[in-house]
Design a protein around this ligand. Structure first.
Ligand SMILES: *[C@@H]1O[C@H](CO)[C@@H](O)[C@H](O)[C@H]1NC(C)=O
Ligand SMILES: *[C@@H]1O[C@H](CO)[C@@H](O)[C@H](O)[C@H]1NC(C)=O
Ligand SMILES: *[C@@H]1O[C@H](CO)[C@@H](O)[C@H](O)[C@H]1NC(C)=O
Ligand SMILES: *[C@@H]1O[C@H](CO)[C@@H](O)[C@H](O)[C@H]1NC(C)=O
Ligand SMILES: *[C@@H]1O[C@H](CO)[C@@H](O)[C@H](O)[C@H]1NC(C)=O
Ligand SMILES: CC(=O)N[C@H]1CO[C@H](CO)[C@@H](O)[C@@H]1O
Ligand SMILES: [Ca+2]
Ligand SMILES: [Ca+2]
Length: 616
């Protein structure tokens, strides 16, 4: 595989060594596997609240195109929990709002913008790391798990933020980076000096000497392509780092380390946080025998079973979940655990756990984030594959971007399609996790080389992660209202003059207003528990329906292509009222909200999307 292709995989966070992933879209979806998944007992389903069942619908004679998902209602459907009914909003604090005038966002900035969060109608915010950090990985290299970075504010600011969010009915989820610390963490310093009990907090390994030359212990590589090993002269050993060398991996085989992480979780739970998003958990454990990883056919090293996705990673998540279940007993409020993984479906689904060992409430589902501008067929296949592989009772999540996926959804799909993509993200069954700015249709920012911050961006060609991390666009005042400092930590995207919250709130129609309409429509019961079915209407028109026996049916129809399309939904679903009401139209659709279209024939402009209501 070429170097650029390799980088592309890093960019998406994809396990480059995993051939299966690359070939995902060639795979047939097996419904046999679906049924064999249904081994879980009611205890698990009860905790997850819903039971999914997947049934192929042959009735309408289009069995290869139509797949129908019934969320059979054995359980009390009105009993969904906050993390299932709401929307989670990812805030990258450095870029949200600067309250101090230093050009970097901070906690008081978030406090200032709580009214906006309320306006959006989200249920929880997930803050990316706010802990003290030298900033090599912009916060993902933590120096102290129990503090607040000076740039972000103080612990008092944090406590005020929690209280004010809670007063506004918004929960708070913290990002935890359990796999590694910063090399500036006190633990690492003590470990280097072999001060107990820290000696084995990290993975120290002796060098191999070949004819007197020092060699790394094995062939493993970090995610950035260099050796996973770094020599420390003081300790006279190599330490393992899956990410930057300034991010030494913790030694999870050491029970003291596992306890430290849980104690730290208790620390934040005691402060009132409502859950955690656990970073990079597939990397927690590495093979203890340090066996060389085999080279796969594509030239990459095998990672699964060597440096990723060891069974112990799943057990660790189970253990954390138990801790959260204990906390739930205190006040009856669910504390959630979300895990980050870019693994192959088979492993991703394992993070849900089972009835005896509950896992995460959900892993972040990157299936939409991996699509760029595909055919309707590909949408049907990818979505079917995801939903049909969910274990019984598992609750899905949907993301279309985050601070790591180097091209925003607007770049991958085109700005005009963003409303349609939001209809998908917010109206499919599951919990949307929205990256800040997507609701405005924020776009990637062009950055010069001298404006890049990260070593990785400077060292490698390719798209830097900074392009999706530029400041949030509040209004048309200087620096988009983000900061009063002319030079912000990353420049503001020049399109802020009309692409900003204020402008979009005052416009008659805007991506933001449409986003809000979708948020409101999403409150309907049918979008929580109704069946979902996917349709390939034509090569570039994709649709999905949400329905159940008693309520109205909703069709979302998206023109992914570049031509005007004439659509006949009756051809795909006979039992449909002949007139459909436009509930939400995308910004550039010819139809307006409230218009009535014929189910047999209506046109859809390129990149336009509609949510249509059928009276039965
Ligand atoms: C269903 O859940 C709702 C809300 O928690 C509760 O009020 C109702 O009694 C439940 N119904 C049944 C049949 O369990
Ligand atoms: C920027 O804002 C900060 C915080 O409100 C304030 O202390 C500072 O004086 C302002 N600077 C300028 C140049 O207006
Ligand atoms: C070590 O040195 C000897 C003598 O020079 C040589 O024969 C041998 O090939 C070397 N081994 C390696 C692994 O380089
Ligand atoms: C070993 O690690 C310590 C702690 O990070 C650091 O201060 C020191 O410079 C390192 N020494 C070498 C030679 O890598
Ligand atoms: C549940 O998961 C645990 C831990 O992965 C495993 O040991 C156990 O066999 C599983 N139970 C079932 C019923 O699959
Ligand atoms: C999406 C996300 O959180 N990505 C992070 C995963 O972990 C690495 C290492 O901590 C970070 O660099 C990424 O930003
Ligand atoms: Ca600041
Ligand atoms: Ca690790």
């Amino acid at each position: 595989m070429s170097f650029f292709l390799f980088l592309y995989f890093i960019i998406l966070g994809v396990e480059a060594g995993n051939k299966k992933l690359v070939n995902l879209h060639h795979q047939e979806i097996s419904s046999i596997e679906l049924r064999s998944n249904k081994i879980l007992t009611s205890a698990f389903n009860h905790l997850q609240n819903l039971e999914y069942e997947v049934i192929e619908d042959n009735m309408e004679g289009l069995s290869n195109k139509l797949k129908k998902y019934n969320f059979l209602s054995k359980k009390n459907k009105t009993n969904l929990d906050w993390w299932q009914t709401g929307i989670i909003y990812e805030i990258y604090p450095r870029s949200f709002m600067d309250s101090t005038g230093n050009g970097i966002g901070d906690l008081r900035g978030i406090i200032k913008k709580i009214p906006y969060l309320k306006y959006l109608g989200i249920c929880a915010v997930w803050l990316t790391p706010i802990y003290p950090s030298p900033g090599v990985d912009l916060g993902y290299d933590i120096m102290n798990y129990r503090g607040i970075d000076e740039l972000m504010g103080t612990m008092e600011d944090f406590e005020e933020l929690i209280n004010k969010l809670h007063e506004s009915g918004i929960k708070i989820i913290l990002d935890i980076v359990p796999n590694h610390t910063s090399d500036q963490h006190e633990w690492f310093d003590k470990s280097v000096q072999s001060i107990e009990p820290y000696t084995d907090y990290y993975l120290w390994v002796d060098a191999k000497y070949v004819n007197g030359t020092r060699q790394v212990p094995n062939n493993w590589k970090s995610l950035f392509g260099n050796s996973i090993w770094e020599w420390n002269e003081t300790r006279q050993k190599y330490y393992l780092h899956q990410f930057y060398k300034q991010q030494p991996d913790l030694n999870y085989w050491n029970p003291l380390v596992r306890e430290e992480i849980k104690d730290m979780m208790r620390f934040w739970l005691d402060k009132g946080v409502d859950g955690f998003r656990m970073d990079a958990i597939a990397h927690l454990y590495e093979r203890p025998d340090l066996l060389d990883a085999p080279v796969l056919g594509d030239g990459n090293l095998q990672k699964v079973g060597y440096t990723q996705a060891l069974d112990e990673c799943f057990y660790e998540v189970n253990d954390w979940r138990s801790l959260l279940e204990e906390y739930k007993k205190n006040d009856g409020q669910t504390k959630i655990i979300i895990v980050e993984t870019y693994l192959d479906l088979k492993y991703t689904m394992k993070y849900y756990g089972n009835e005896t060992n509950l896992g995460a409430h959900f892993p972040l589902n990157v299936c939409l984030a991996r699509l760029d501008h595909p055919s309707a067929k590909e949408f049907v296949e990818k979505l079917t594959e995801w939903i049909s592989n969910l274990p019984s009772g598992a609750w899905s999540s949907w993301i279309i971007g985050n601070h790591d996926i180097r091209r925003r959804a607007t770049t991958r799909f085109g700005l005009e399609l963003i409303d349609g993509i939001h209809m998908l993200q917010l109206l499919l069954p599951g919990t949307p996790v929205v990256y800040m700015g997507d609701e405005l249709g924020m776009t990637d920012t062009y950055l010069r080389y001298d404006q890049l911050i990260e070593d990785m961006s400077k060292e490698f060609a390719g798209i830097p992660r900074e392009t999706v991390r530029t400041p949030f666009q509040w209004d048309s005042s200087p620096q988009a209202g983000f900061s009063n400092k002319t030079k912000t930590w990353l420049p503001v995207n020049p399109n802020y003059v009309t692409l900003n919250v204020e402008f979009e709130q005052n416009a008659r129609r805007s991506h933001l207003k449409i986003f809000k309409e979708i948020v409101n429509l999403r409150q309907l019961e049918i979008f929580r528990t109704g069946d979902v079915k996917f349709y390939e209407i034509s090569e570039y028109v994709f649709a999905f329906s949400r329905s159940n026996k008693f309520l109205k049916t909703y069709f979302t129809v998206i023109n992914l292509g570049s031509e005007l399309e004439n659509i006949n939904l009756k051809k795909f679903k006979k039992r449909l009222s002949s007139k459909l009401t436009v509930k939400i139209s995308s910004l550039f659709a010819e139809q307006n909200n409230g218009d009535v279209v014929s189910a047999k024939s209506f046109t859809l402009r390129p990149s336009a999307a509609l949510v249509l209501e059928s009276s039965f």
